[in-house]
Design a protein around this ligand. Structure first.
Ligand code: PAF
Length: 280
């Protein structure tokens, strides 16, 4: 922790810009693509690995969250990271810690409805990581679309001097968004999970063929998702790309966001749909 602070202070003194990819580890290609996204945007690339307890709710999978710090550090290093910051929970939340950030409105709908303190935990840790590493640029994935919007709001509202860059969702060959939690799926569940990108692609095709009715598109997506037993839809919504408020018509484009449970695994995904694009 002190080592990171000293190093960050040293970089700042020399006007060296650090780029950061904050993660909870157990890396996949999506995380590594974010490291590459920093190319040309900073002088030194870095990453953090921290399974953040305050963004998990009661009964969530914090303890079971997969970890392999040694392998993760090797992967980040191979990708060109010169710093990998792996704080402990005591480093991040020492005795007496009591200051939290709440992005009030954007944190409420969608995932926020089912994970009430989740985004408070996310933005609090992200702000702390920004302060500790003194990074100039930070990269986040758009698979966690609501998270990206909430972090962007915090950075704006608190005048945090960090440039944000967002990476497109990286998908498996069959379209399933890469996620650490995919590793929890049994092979039958993994087969079912394929219906998620199928439903999103169907929505994109509907929009590009002229449909403007979000309700009709969501209904069709629902039918695809429940066409085989095993997917329990937590939410499926078409929302404004900026405000995350529900939208009835596509007009200039909407973001479709969903969360589903397959067995014990909760997966999220999203896509932008509009009238002139065909594929997620
Ligand atoms: O997206 C994640 O992995 C986490 O929510 C983040 C941004 C690293 C904060 O813990």
């Amino acid at each position: 922790m002190d080592e990171m602070s000293d190093y960050a202070a040293e970089l700042q003194k020399k006007d060296i810009r650090l780029g950061l990819v904050p993660t909870m580890g157990y890396l996949h290609e999506g995380h590594l693509s974010l490291v590459r996204l920093l190319d040309g945007k900073c002088d030194i690339k870095g990453a953090s690995i921290f399974v953040n307890p305050i963004q998990f709710g009661k009964g969530e999978d914090m303890e079971a969250y997969p970890r392999d710090e040694e392998l993760d550090i090797a992967k980040f290093t191979d990708e060109g990271c010169e710093v990998v910051f792996c704080p402990s929970a005591d480093d991040m939340y020492p005795d007496g810690f009591q200051t939290y950030i709440d992005v009030e409105v954007l944190s409420k709908p969608l995932c926020g409805l089912f994970r009430p303190n989740h985004f408070r935990g996310v933005v609090t840790v992200v702000n702390r990581l920004f302060n500790l590493t003194r990074c100039s640029v930070a990269a986040f994935g758009l698979k966690d679309y609501q998270q990206a919007i909430v972090i962007r709001r915090m950075v704006k509202d608190l005048n945090i001097p960090v440039e944000l860059v967002f990476g497109e969702t990286v998908r498996e060959d069959d379209g399933l968004a890469m996620s650490t939690r995919n590793s929890y799926l049994t092979s039958e569940e993994r087969t079912l999970a394929r219906l998620i990108p199928v439903s999103l692609n169907w929505a994109a095709v509907q929009a590009s063929s002229g449909s403007n009715d979000c309700m009709r598109i969501l209904k069709g997506m629902r039918e695809i998702l429940v066409s085989q037993p095993g997917i329990d839809i937590q939410y499926l919504e078409a929302v404004d790309t900026e405000t995350l408020q529900p939208r009835r018509s596509i007009n200039n484009g909407v973001q479709i966001l969903l969360a589903v449970n397959i067995g014990k695994t909760r997966l999220i995904d999203n896509c932008h749909i509009c009238h002139d694009r065909e594929k997620v």
